[in-house]
Ligand binder design. Sequence first.
Ligand SMILES: [Fe+2]
Length: 465
Amino acid sequence: MVDRIGAAWWCACAVGMLVVGACLAGETSEYRRQLGSAVDMPLDADVFRAPPGRNAPQQVHITQGNHDGTAMIISWVTTIEPGSSTVLYGTSEDNLNFSADGKHTQYTFYNYTSGYIHHCTIKKLEFDTKYYYAVGIGQTVRKFWFRTPPKSGPDVPYTFGLIGDLGQSYDSNITLAHYESNSKAQAVLFVGDLCYADNYPYHDNVRWDTWARFVERNVAYQPWIWTAGNHEIDFAPELGETKPFKPYSYRYPTPYKASGSTAPFWYSVKRASAYIIVLASYSSYGKYTPQYKWLEAEFPKVNRSETPWLIVLLHAPWYNSYNYHYMEGESMRVMYEPWFVKYKVDLVFAGHVHAYERTHRISNVAYNIVNGQCTPVHDQSAPVYITIGDGGNQEGLATNMTAPQPGYSAFRESSFGHAILDIKNRTHAYYTWHRNQDGNAVAADSMWFTNRYWQPTDESLDDSQ
Ligand SMILES: [Fe+2]
């Protein structure tokens, strides 16, 4: 009896797969990158150089400081002494007539002691305004600038960059340079795994410092929205380090309280016409957990008339057809996918797998253990899932794919790169993925996305054709 049920179940799955496979044809890119190992840049690489001047602020980075984009968290590190935690800022480069006071902190990790880590939130900023800011007040002063987002509205255009699993290899440097060459990009949605310090003996936290100096050239000028990946966990009981996310938490604050979250690893922000929900693949997400209860309350709050584009960031992909980290996102998918379909999430970006993949609009929510409906199906209410863990870190490319390509997978390629999401208005956004080998000018995967709320069928711009 059990065997017969089991056989029927597998048969139903197999038929389902054939049907879906016939409907959805995927593409595995013919492009083959010249394989080489992704080697970390040496400690004396020029991109890691500390700025000149006594106790000069270094590792400057900014992230959105509240829910609507009128605050910014400014962070930096000093190494000789704490110095000032004040930020001077203003709309004229020559007249920084506002100031805000932050705080500094410090942590140890095994035999490493961090510099003085400063965080200062500047608030009540005007929308769509260029601000200049200065840190290191009273000692070596360094100046930067950023632009606040426009006030949220359904047709406000905005351009995001997508970067994941960046690391600090020579390839990472190419990825960042290509991203920087896009003059339209205004903020980065970063899907986790920053510096890979935990791959070094004793999780050598010097690599947290080098990474932050490396990316300063961009993240000091535009906010990166942070997602925690597995390389941020730094759980090392063998070293006496048992507090997960310790270096990450000290260094990279998020505005989680502004969205009612109780931990910095899951939160939301609005930015122009986008509503961005950041989820934590490595924090509890089961029923009754803080993250679950937060997300359950969060989705109904999204006003698609104000922010039509509903984007989710997480680290471990739910749909991934590489033979790396296969099904690691499955338990979170089981918990949350019905909400993603119900609330018509537009796009889900994940990292973790060091390659690129885009799915069709599919869902897999019908399965109830006994009904055999266990195959993803085409679903116009479902998001497109994009794996963009291809930043170029030292662990190298994921090259081994499942064969044949599953029906849900629309396009996949083993190359390093980054993507740009160019939101035009409430109905359309143009998306491009750039592989590193072509430079920024060539888009290896590009398409129009239509908004699930305002244009819920793809029609002539069907991305799944
Ligand atoms: Fe990862």
